[in-house]
Design a protein around this ligand. Structure first.
Ligand code: IPE
Ligand code: IPE
Ligand code: MG
Length: 243
């Protein structure tokens, strides 16, 4: 097995840079978000083609409510229209959608649209697409702890993990942030404990197949040690090749 044949099972992306993409073109920020939807569509296809099984994207954070009201309402409308337009073709391509985040605070229309899209794609198995919307890593850890407390269950790593909003998928292997910033911004705090990080200078609307491949290639060259020594990891890899 060559290093470059290692495809991450689960890729997580902070899709950042839509506003700057629009600013550079003297367009309203919302035009950048619209282009961002197109970029996500392209990224989903590319992930399917490359054998990625789970794609988790950050679409709207708990803190994004603090943006100007016009941008927030524009993002809500964009979500509603993107759902209507994209769900049938996503489903035809074998994508199973999950919306991850706090549903309270979303309008009834948006919340119903999310539930419908999840239902309509529930039978698909090619790629799980988790769209984190009204999501924050701190929210997730707090809601998981609150659920366990309400049930009177002990809080352990395993029980807390099972109560998190992404318990239906394994932890991310590769965590990408586009847009050139070097921060997590409250994404996947619990789940990214052992993710490999890749920071791309591309603004999200410009993040194309070549940019994705650069991240995948970089990932394939990493040695993941999970606390062990390099010698231990190489011994396990060698025994797997022999088996
Ligand atoms: C990411 O792009 C999308 C959302 C946060 C909704 P931004 O809107 O943050 O784009 P920049 O960072 O201002 O360029
Ligand atoms: C993170 O981007 C959230 C999403 C991409 C949805 P932000 O643009 O909100 O992050 P900060 O504010 O630069 O940290
Ligand atoms: Mg940003």
């Amino acid at each position: 097995m060559t290093a470059s044949s290692v495809v991450p099972h689960h890729v997580a992306i902070v899709m950042d840079g839509n506003g700057r993409w629009a600013n550079k073109r003297f367009l309203p920020r919302l035009a950048g978000h619209k282009q961002g939807v197109e970029s996500l569509r392209r990224c989903v296809r590319a992930c399917i083609q490359r054998g990625v099984k789970v794609l988790t994207v950050f679409a709207f954070s708990s803190e994004n409510w603090n943006r100007p009201a016009e941008e927030v309402s524009g993002l809500m409308s964009l979500l509603a229209s993107a759902l209507g337009r994209e769900v049938p073709s996503l489903s035809a391509e074998g994508v199973r959608l999950y919306f991850v985040g706090e549903r309270q605070g979303l309008s009834d229309k948006v919340a119903a649209g999310l539930a419908q899209a999840e239902q309509a794609t529930a039978h698909n198995e090619r790629l799980v697409l988790n769209v984190c919307f009204n999501y924050g890593g701190r929210w997730d850890i707090a809601q998981a702890a609150a659920r366990l407390a309400a049930r009177g269950e002990p809080i352990t790593e395993a029980s807390l993990h099972a109560a998190t909003a992404l318990a239906h998928v394994p932890d991310p292997d590769l965590f990408i942030r586009t847009g050139g910033e070097y921060r997590i911004s409250n994404f996947l705090l619990w789940q990214s404990a052992y993710a490999e990080f890749f920071f791309s200078p591309s603004l999200w609307p410009d993040f194309d197949e070549a940019a994705l491949d650069a991240a995948l290639q970089d990932y394939a060259s990493r040695e993941r040690r999970f606390g062990q020594t390099s010698a231990q990891v190489q011994q396990v890899a060698a025994s797997q090749v022999r088996a």
